[in-house]
Design a protein around this ligand. Sequence first.
Ligand code: SAM
Length: 311
Amino acid sequence: MEKTLYIKDFSSVEVFIEFLYIHGIHRQARNLCKALGLQLHLTNLKEKYSSKVNLDERTKHQVRSSLKAMAGQEDSSQQSLLNIEDYYQLTAIAQGLQSGSKILEVGTYKGASTLALAIGSEKSSASITCMDLYMGFKNEQMTRVDSPLHNEYLVWQKNVNHYCNRINSIHGSSISGLQRLVSEGVKYDLIFLDSSHALDTFFELALISCLANPNSIIILDDVINYNWVMTTTWAMGLKHFLCFPRFSNKLSIANFKISALPINISYEPNCIFESAMQLDNIFKSFEEDNIKAYTKKHSNSEFTINFCTSI
Ligand SMILES: C[S@@+](CC[C@H](N)C(=O)[O-])C[C@H]1O[C@@H](n2cnc3c(N)ncnc32)[C@H](O)[C@@H]1O
């Protein structure tokens, strides 16, 4: 069996793979590198786009124990939705802020990420504006019947109470909350977006782009191999106002700037997910694990990738 994928607008397969990687399409980039024998290229990309921030052991301990102490916890894993390395990453990035900076967090849930950001910004005394609907998460929507007073909001308040002098809360939909901030003309230096992971995310990022200073940092959860909306939102950001993409576990990080990507290609953001789907379908159509691929160049910007089980 042989399958062919036609690629245009890229000068080489290495550039195409880098492009997939930048867009959080890591699984397909990995599969393609393996099939083409380009594992070293993948290692270099991981290194080039990894978010390198360090956190000292004392602060790591502070983050761990704050998460453990979150109110009402029976099982700490249900309180914190990211893994501990991601919370360290949030703390470390917040530690890089200048005194008097502003942080915006969209999607707090019970406050684990708020705590990580608050711990990181202790020195800079950054203010933190937090936004959430507090409608519960997954099965917790069931509690709405019993808790019309938004139990999650009370839990979040209790969890982050120690930092309350630096925290403002916007309790409600992100779209209206962000619109309000845009109309107030406020700018933020660090923005963490971890809310619906659905269509709202498009609009959230578009509004957030009006709330950032040049070089502000944005951190998004779940861009990497997540869903069409997250991929396309991130792609829209990279095309229009984000630069220096980097990755850490589940988090995708970038700076705001009107600047070009490290590689220069014209594309439509919603085509990227299509490339990912085509690659997935090709890899799925081969039952064997041992897929090989080779490329054939047609012009300076067009080539095909041929997939087969033996060459
Ligand atoms: C994945 S959780 C956030 C997890 C949190 N960042 C943490 O690390 O613990 C997503 C949160 O986004 C909130 N959310 C979802 N859609 C929203 C929207 N349109 N506006 C405001 N909040 C929203 C949910 O209520 C939920 O608390």
